[in-house]
Design a protein around this ligand. Sequence first.
Ligand code: ASP
Length: 309
Amino acid sequence: MLIIGSPNTECGLMAGLRVLECGGSAVDAVEQTLRVVEEQAGDGSVGLGGLPNILGQVELDASIMDGRNLAAGAVAALQGFLHPISVARRVMELLPHVLLVGQGAFLFAQEIGAERAELLTERGREELEMRLRAVSGTVAENEPLYRRVQALLGFRPGGTACAIAVDAGGHICTGVTTSGWAFKYPGRVGDSPLIGAGNYADDRYGAAACTGIGEAAIRIGAARSVVLRLSTGQRLDEALWQVMQEARRLKLGVPLHLNIYALSESGEHALCSTSRERAHYLCAYPGDREPRRLPALPLAALGDAPACT
Ligand code: ASP
């Protein structure tokens, strides 16, 4: 049993671990962890307080995947609900579909009685206004929205929370939740709700989840690529390194920023990150009182095949 998560899951990871310790499933643990993160107004990249799109609307993306049977559920561009990860879980459990977007996701969230919330905080509103003021000299009021999105490319405060859990039965679940690329074009969907791009889990081989520029993870099918490599017997660090190399070949129009969190079927785990400063991730095992903080595989040394934790 164990659970790993992105640094911003610090507030929720122990709640997820407790679920596992009490005999809960990996799906329950991941959902619980990410629900705590979604409630934090101070986290400007997930759930409540997430930074809005260019029109000032907070649009949330989330997905969950059950490695037992490759079941998955996801929502994208969902507005007005506090826990997109729980709505994604219900998509997985109640519908024959995987992904609901926009109005359809809204309707479904309403039908299942998901908790409503005004997600745009004062801070989010102010941040958008400040960014728009900063580019008002280059983009006139009457220009199309996409011009504003282009002008704001340089500011990319983003962030996503992800967690991967293994329960007592050895089953793996991965979940990802985000408000996506801040000040994005309305309707833009990132990697987080796309199974294979930002999320993938298969009990037989392992799991992966991504944060960072979703367009990169989408274009290389990052999470599925890692798990596919694991299925061929590749080591976890090699799989991550090679997938990251594919990402580095992309021309994105912005500097590549990508974090791939992964876990193998044997319980090894690692983070591969483009981050210059030493990136880290969190991990907790039964009996732990607080999350362990573990360093990412150093990018420069990946060719030397460092050992994974
Ligand atoms: N991956 C997220 C997205 O592209 C954003 C992020 O993690 O910064 O929507």
